[in-house]
Write a protein that binds this ligand. Structure first.
Ligand code: TRP
Length: 325
């Protein structure tokens, strides 16, 4: 079984972009691979946050992942800051990472533009910590969305540089793309993200979910109810593709093109399908919130397993680098 590693930031909301783009896939591959999934709190602190809220964000994300179907009997789930070797290895990787490569990372450019008052070095070396996450477990595959490809390419370069200088310790981790393209937000344009305010949370109440859908952009060229619509450019139609049965999707496709169905009805149908899809997840999530010890036990087990692998990798690293007495 190949080893898979992936991480998600506790950004305060698990939204359907995360769910469709990553988590669903994490759940699907846990039978065939040895999966390690990480709540990357050290990455999250590169943006400003309220320390008082962080424990809940971490706990809640872990509970949400379990509710979505991450199975602790099959996969390992843990919190990044529980395993100090992530930052230790990141420091070592800083010394083999070319400055120029980091400057070319598009996520750094866009994140620093969004945060002109907090362009910190951590944001700059974010991809080095990400490489350390993956390589600490000598993972061979990393399931992520396409926006992470540049970071993964850099992790491969870091592995090559380290191996060339000190001797082989690390494999080059391959990107495992999800079949899902990036999920657009309620604005129908930008990638769904909490910070852009265009997201739908996985555990939205029915009322809020329907309200959000009601405000969502559809085909921009369909101005009045009698205009025929183009499902191909409509984000609501895209979402139908994930949540509605294929006959419904086909029906809507035809009816929208002929203006037989309006956006309001179309959204109502999507709301029905999504409420049904997420009801069991919301229920399970509420159970886990009510019984936190279950979640803490999963995270403690994950921490212990990961610390053991991490200690082994760091011993190899230290030996190769001559950092021994
Ligand atoms: N950078 C990733 C994101 O924003 C999160 C992440 C951190 C990650 N470390 C990782 C993903 C390691 C995969 C592997 O989505």
């Amino acid at each position: 079984m190949s080893r898979v590693f992936s991480g998600i930031q506790p950004s305060g909301e698990l939204h359907i972009g995360n769910y469709l783009g990553a988590i669903r896939n994490w759940v699907n591959i846990q039978d065939e691979h040895q999966c390690i999934y990480c709540v990357v709190d050290y990455h999250a602190i590169t943006a400003e946050y309220r320390p008082k809220e962080m424990p809940t964000r971490i706990f809640d994300l872990a509970a949400g992942l379990l509710a979505c179907g991450v199975d602790p009997e099959k996969a390992t789930l843990f919190v990044q800051s529980d395993v100090p070797q992530h930052t230790e290895l990141a420091w070592i990787f800083n010394t083999v990472t070319p400055m120029g490569e980091l400057s070319r990372q598009t996520q750094f450019k866009s994140k620093s533009e969004q945060n002109l008052n907090n362009i910190n070095v951590g944001l700059f070396t974010y991809p080095v910590l990400q490489a350390a996450d993956i390589l600490l477990y000598r993972a061979s595959h990393v399931p992520v969305g396409e926006d992470q490809e540049q970071h993964l390419e850099l992790s491969r370069e870091i592995a090559r540089k380290f191996n060339a200088r000190y001797g082989k310790v690390f494999p080059e981790a391959r990107t495992m793309f999800t079949s899902t393209p990036r999920i657009r937000g309620l604005d129908g344009k930008a990638k769904m993200s909490k910070s852009l305010g265009n997201s739908i949370a996985v555990d939205e109440t029915e009322k809020r979910l329907r309200k959000k859908l009601a405000s969502a952009f559809t085909d921009p060229n369909r101005v009045t109810r009698t205009d025929p619509g183009d499902p191909k450019v409509c984000n609501i139609f895209t979402l139908h593709g994930f949540f509605s049965p294929s006959e419904t999707v086909q029906e809507i496709d035809g009816a929208c093109r002929k203006a037989e169905i309006g956006c309001v009805d179309c959204k109502k149908k999507l709301g029905d399908a999504m409420v049904g899809h997420f009801a069991p997840i919301r229920e399970r999530w509420a159970e886990l919130r009510a019984d936190p010890t279950q979640v803490h036990e999963v995270l403690n087990t994950g921490r212990d397993r990961c610390q053991a692998i991490a200690a082994d990798t760091m011993q190899r690293v230290h030996r190769k680098m001559g950092l021994v007495r």
